[in-house]
Design a protein around this ligand. Structure first.
Ligand SMILES: [Ca+2]
Ligand SMILES: [Ca+2]
Length: 444
């Protein structure tokens, strides 16, 4: 057979696939689905998002108009009440129209707060904000393209110094507000900075944990709305709302949907490849501080299950804490009680003058390894079951690497690298990295 004949056939196959994909995107854009949605079911948890999908658009407006006309029942659409005043009327339609046009408005939405949810209001759109900075916080806002809008940030750890050199770490654009989680507030100043007044800041983007921003009311009193999301989450609903809310507020809607689609692609791949694995690996994870193990209420602990692993400290009493220090709880090493195969430690790779995306030296990796692993010296699998994964990488990439550590014969490190490369190419704002040449997982 003439080999050339393969080419047109192949081209047609690709065209068919491409047009099918376009059709799907258009279909969801048009918002054909007008099913009612509660706040719990909604992906974007904002009043006015009447159908509960990923955006506020003409479909929501149509639902509200039909409720006003009496063609639909308000009771069926709890999120149609855009201004959350208990009635669906013209004011809600006007508010949704303003949001669609990007005009100044006040939106009512879910904040994640200390493991729960709160309903709060925030001035929209956000053009000038400050934030609680950490590896997980910055990698999310960075991927959403929220860069110049951040006028000040705390720096809990420096994050990846090369990724953020022109944004959050450039003090001519983004004021340094504190070196810890919290940002102090005194006499209108955030930390010791006058950024709130000078840059007309209207929002403070903070992690959901209440230890980030303890003076929330003080910020709110000077017109700085505190918006709380969960930066490091791998929970599908939390990932979705956190990204989509920031996307809406900062008018990066398409980017936030693209981000979520990539996350969903990963969830789908992990589910297809690992959903029916019978011999699940047992593992624990550690993040934040060295020598700790995270509970299943903490994002680092949750990643074990998201990567199709079994959590290795079942029935351990964390006494309400999100993590324990292993030095204070030697029973975590008692293999008669807990027999896990892996300890995944998450750590920012911040060596002198760079992070994971600049590349880290062997000496740096050796030093980090010795420090992180030493805490687990009592553990039976200490020399084989330890992996350190970079916190500088996107949350979905950390999840891909975790899955690759657990099931290397099914989802390889190469697979995780390829997924990582797609994320970098799509969401890193034009910064280019060949991730296969860099180190994101340390193991010996
Ligand atoms: Ca909608
Ligand atoms: Ca209303």
């Amino acid at each position: 057979m003439d080999r050339k004949i393969l080419f047109p056939v192949l081209a047609i196959a690709i065209l068919v696939a491409a047009s099918a994909a376009v059709f799907l995107v258009r279909d969801s854009d048009a918002g054909g689905d007008k099913s009612p949605s509660t706040m719990e079911q909604a992906e974007l948890k904002v009043f006015g998002n009447a159908n509960g999908d990923r955006r506020i658009d003409g479909t929501d407006l149509e639902i509200i108009e039909e409720i006003i006309k009496g063609d639909r029942a308000a009771a069926d659409y709890p999120l149609a009440d855009a201004n959350n005043d208990g009635a669906v009327d013209r004011a809600d339609a006007d508010l949704v129209e303003k949001i669609m046009k990007g005009e100044s408005a006040t939106i009512t939405h879910v904040n994640y707060y200390n493991g729960g949810e709160q309903i709060v209001t925030t001035k929209f759109p956000v053009r000038s904000a400050i934030m609680t900075g950490s590896s997980s916080a910055w990698i999310l806002t960075f991927q959403l393209g929220i860069l110049d809008e951040i006028k000040g940030s705390s720096q809990h750890g420096k994050g990846d110094t090369i990724l953020y050199r022109d944004s959050y770490l450039d003090e001519s654009k983004c004021a340094f507000l504190s070196g810890g989680n919290d940002i102090d507030f005194e006499n209108g100043r955030a930390g010791s900075s006058n950024v709130i007044i000078e840059k007309k800041v209207t929002a403070l983007i903070a992690d959901s944990s209440k230890s980030y921003i303890t003076k929330e009311k003080d910020f709110e009193n000077v017109g700085v709305d505190v918006v709380r999301v969960t930066f490091a989450s791998v929970d599908r609903p939390v990932v979705a709302h956190s990204a989509l809310l920031l996307g809406l507020l900062f008018q990066k809607v398409e980017r936030s949907i693209q981000y979520l689609e990539m996350f969903d692609d990963l969830y789908g791949q992990i589910d297809r490849a690992l959903g029916s694995v019978e011999d699940r690996v047992s593992a624990v994870a550690s993040g934040g501080h060295s020598g700790t193990i995270a509970s299943t209420t903490y994002e680092y602990g949750k990643i074990v299950m998201a990567a199709s692993g079994d959590y290795g400290l079942k029935n351990f009493n964390f006494a309400g804490a999100t993590s324990v220090k292993v030095a204070e709880q030697p029973s975590v090493f008692d293999t008669r009680l807990y027999n896990y195969d892996y300890v995944i430690q998450f750590s920012s790779f911040n060596s002198e003058g760079g992070g994971a995306y600049r590349g880290v030296t062997q000496a740096y990796c050796d030093g980090l390894w010795d420090e992180k692993v030493s805490h687990f010296a009592q553990w039976e699998h200490n020399d084989t079951g330890q992996y350190i994964i970079s916190l500088g990488s996107p949350v979905m990439v950390r999840l891909a690497y975790t899955a690759a550590v657990f099931y290397p014969d099914i989802v390889s490190m190469d697979w995780a690298d390829q997924f990582h490369q797609k994320v970098v190419d799509a969401l890193f704002n034009g910064q280019e990295y060949d991730v296969s040449e860099l180190t994101f997982v340390i193991h010996k």
